[in-house]
Design a binder for this molecule. Structure first.
Ligand code: MLC
Ligand code: AMP
Length: 506
């Protein structure tokens, strides 16, 4: 029987020379392919020794480290379901994810062990480990006693490999269930489409709790047997220093904006680079043009999401990379644009982007109704993005039908922030809108209406939110005003608010 375990495919791509360097860190550590093999075997053995039921979730909220990546790979290897959590999430957010996913294992930093373990035990999780970014923690202590020999668990294509929480426009976050088949098909398509070559070296500078850093970057390098230069956090000066040793870089637009602010970024610094890839948020045409001028390289922009991994890409070769567009649907992915009445739109007509393919997820965790709503009768997933296809087939995203702000590559759901603001004493109503920002692309601005007679302090509102929500979700500005603009139906007109505040950070 064929084993569809994603780890088996990644492992099969390791180079024959297992003692070669697979990952080199910014603190000078070097991990060989054999280290990856042995450490993932030991962690997989530890997970399997816990007697977990099939399909158990392993929820992980730890700082970026090579060991954290190994834990991801070990979870795949052992056949369990990886559930990564942004390190910025605070207790209320983590409580929701753990309560909803009911993980059998939770791994957190030793600094957060107190409050995370309390949440986990309350939710029925029996195994809580720690893992820190200095190669310490109970996870590694325990794994050290396990065998370094491990048979990769046999999985079917549709078996779950990961759950990524992605917030909804209404209600709470939904867990997008991705299978081994979803991720392997996407990794293979991208390896070919982006022309990954022997000798490629990737600079990994993204966080590893979202699709971009966890899947696109890690799978991309591993399935090509390519070395990674591993940066624990994005630092433009360090990226610049490492560029001559690398051939591939991936980043959200903010990373490119910050690199462009470095005077040393020039053609010489990029002399060995083969490919710069951008995605997760719209890349401004100015950034695209400035990059071309300064480095001689044309950024390749692609488009994806948690529910689907990568969907479209500008061409690597055999065609022009067009700024402002996200290129073509990837091989195997079918993409169409539909109008309000579900009719198929033609060239340059703007409508809802819908997709189908082996990369499209298995549905939302324990939300069959919600899952059904998000698919058309003929099986296309409604992305919530609005776009068009030009006469040459290039796809452009022009907006979103979902109320979503993408800030520095992180998603901020206005409905979630508004619900927290609306709970505060003295608040009648609020609206969070995205406005242009030179560094983060877009940031949230809150507009708050007090209850009659109540005196609200904007700074206090922001301070209260800070104690409850991940830092990137905090509005960058808060206004207390007497009313919100409404249409004749009484609905708040966010487009007018966006227009009103658009120059706030200009
Ligand atoms: C940090 N801050 C942000 C922010 N990141 N504010 C808004 N949006 C963001 N993205 C704020 C913090 O709240 C803090 O504010 C201050 O900036 C400094 O925090 P920091 O952690 O030191 O920031 P920094 O390290 O500079 O981080 C910026 C960043 C990071 C751009 C490097 O945001 C990042 O790594 N973004 C990438 C996200 C990503 O990987 N997305 C992929 C999603 S996958 P204060 O006031 O508290 O001091 C996906 C699918 C696909 O979308 O297609 O790929
Ligand atoms: P996430 O839920 O974090 O996976 O975010 C996915 C969303 O990011 C998509 O639905 C798009 O709205 C957005 N996105 C990803 N890539 C791009 C891109 N290249 N251009 C514009 N938006 C993008």
């Amino acid at each position: 029987m064929k084993n569809h375990n994603l780890f088996a495919a990644l492992r099969a791509a390791f180079p024959a020379a297992l003692d070669a360097v697979a990952v080199e860190t910014d603190s000078g550590l070097r991990y060989s392919w054999e280290d990856l093999e042995r450490a993932t075997a030991m962690m997989a053995n530890l997970l399997q020794s816990l007697g977990l039921p099939a399909g158990s979730r392993v929820a992980v909220q730890v700082e970026k480290s090579v060991e954290a990546m190994m834990l991801y790979l070990a979870t795949l290897r052992a056949g369990y379901v990886f559930l990564p959590l942004n390190t910025a999430y605070q207790s209320a957010e983590v409580e929701y994810f753990i309560g909803n996913a009911e993980p059998a294992v939770v791994v957190c930093t030793s600094r957060n062990f107190g409050w995370v373990s309390k949440i986990a035990f309350k939710a029925g999780t029996q195994n809580v480990f720690t893992l820190d970014d200095d190669r310490s923690g109970s996870m590694l202590d325990r794994a050290a006693h396990c065998s370094d020999q491990h048979q990769v668990a046999v999985m079917q294509e549709d078996d779950l490999a990961a759950i990524l929480y992605t917030s909804g426009t209404t209600g709470r976050s939904k867990g997008a269930m991705l299978s081994h088949g979803n991720m392997l098909s996407n990794a293979q398509v991208l390896q070919d489409y982006w022309g990954w070559k022997k000798g490629d070296v990737l600079i990994h500078a993204l966080p590893i709790f979202h699709v971009h850093g966890l899947f696109v970057a890690i799978h991309g390098a591993l399935i090509n047997g390519s070395k990674m230069i591993w940066l624990s956090r994005f630092d433009p000066k360090l990226v610049l220093k490492k560029l001559p040793e690398a051939t591939v870089f991936m980043g959200v637009p903010t990373l490119y904006v910050r690199l462009l602010a470095e005077p040393g970024l020039d053609i010489e610094a990029c002399r060995n680079m083969r490919l710069f890839i951008a995605g997760s948020a719209p890349l401004l045409i100015e950034t695209f043009g400035d990059w071309q001028q300064r480095t001689g390289h044309t950024i390749l922009e692609r488009y994806g999401m948690s529910e689907t991994a990568m969907l479209t890409s500008n061409p690597y070769e055999g065609g022009e990379r067009r700024g402002g567009t996200v290129g073509f649907a990837l091989p195997g992915t079918s993409l169409r644009v539909r109008g309000n009445d579900g009719q198929l739109l033609t060239t340059d007509e703007i409508g809802d982007i819908q997709v189908k393919g082996p990369n499209v997820f298995q549905g939302y965790w324990r939300m069959p109704e919600k899952t059904k709503e998000e698919f058309t009768a003929d099986g296309y997933f409604k992305t919530g993005d609005v776009g068009k296809i030009d006469k040459d087939g290039y796809i452009t995203i022009v907006g979103r039908s979902k109320d979503l702000i993408i800030s520095g590559g992180y998603n901020v759901y206005p409905a979630e922030i508004e619900s927290y603001i609306n709970e505060l004493p003295g608040v009648a109503e609020s609206a969070l809108v995205g406005v242009p920002h030179p560094d983060f692309g877009e940031v949230g601005v809150a507009i708050v209406i007090p209850k009659p007679g109540a005196a609200l302090d904007a700074e206090e509102i922001v301070a209260t939110l800070r104690s409850k929500l991940a830092n990137f979700k905090i509005p960058k500005h808060c206004f207390v005003v007497s009313e919100l603009p409404r249409n004749t139906m009484g609905k708040v007109q966010k487009n007018l608010l966006r227009a009103q505040y658009k120059a706030l950070f200009a």
